[in-house]
Design a binder for this molecule. Structure first.
Ligand code: PGA
Length: 215
């Protein structure tokens, strides 16, 4: 299975989301070997889950979850509240590590909570030095220099890093960093990269879908 994961970050308003979903619904073609995971800002998760509920191999995911289970934590979105809405959650994106000072300990708690509430973590690492908590299956390697810069890391380089990492058994190995419809096929051609975490190019439904069709 190939996984095409869209990370919208803090982009789009309600009107944009309706438009994106309309285009996606119109252009989506089911492929047995391809799963699309769309991670919008959390207020739009429910809407998108409902919009895509008839589509096979399309799942919505969160961009992060709280490291606490429930209680007096104003503003947090927990795994418990997302149960049954998000099938996946990104955990440990480098932007969260940097801007929100998330530690390896916080991230390990998030993994446990996600699993407890049947949400599959997509665990992001910047290089081989970031530890991967137990229970993780989806590992997204995202070199910081490649994120949002247009400077995607070449596939050969990604495979060198993959060899250096201590990956879980039966790992689903995802690459992220300036992936677009032009460069995506070269990663899949290696046979060692199972999909992508896509920022900018996922903001356009047409581009996002064409990355899924390329491999
Ligand atoms: P990018 O973002 O595709 O815009 O480089 C990737 C990410 O941050 O997940």
């Amino acid at each position: 299975m190939k996984y095409i994961i869209g990370n919208w970050k803090a982009n789009k308003n309600s009107a944009d989301v309706i438009h994106w979903s309309d285009v996606f619904l119109k252009e989506y073609i089911f492929q047995e070997n391809t799963t699309f995971i769309v991670c919008p800002p959390s207020p739009f998760l429910r809407y998108m889950q409902q919009a895509f509920k008839e589509l096979k191999n399309v799942i919505v995911g969160a961009q992060t979850i709280a490291s606490v289970e429930e209680g007096s934590y104003t503003g947090e979105t927990t795994a418990k509240t997302l149960q049954g809405v998000a099938g996946f959650t990104i955990i440990g994106h480098s932007e969260r590590r940097k801007h929100f000072h998330e530690s390896d300990g916080d991230l390990a708690s998030k993994v446990l909570l996600a699993k407890k509430y049947n949400i599959e973590p997509i665990y992001c690492v910047r290089d081989e030095k970031d530890p991967i908590p137990e229970g993780v299956t989806f590992v997204a390697y995202e070199p910081v220099a490649a994120i949002g810069t247009g400077q995607n890391e070449p596939p050969e380089q990604v495979l060198i890093m993959k060899k250096k990492m201590t990956l879980p058994k039966d790992c689903v190995f995802i690459y992220g960093g300036s992936v677009n419809e032009t460069n995506s096929a070269s990663y899949l051609a290696t046979g060692e990269i199972d999909g992508f975490l896509i920022g900018k190019a996922s903001l356009d439904a047409h581009q996002f879908l064409s990355i899924g069709r390329n491999g």
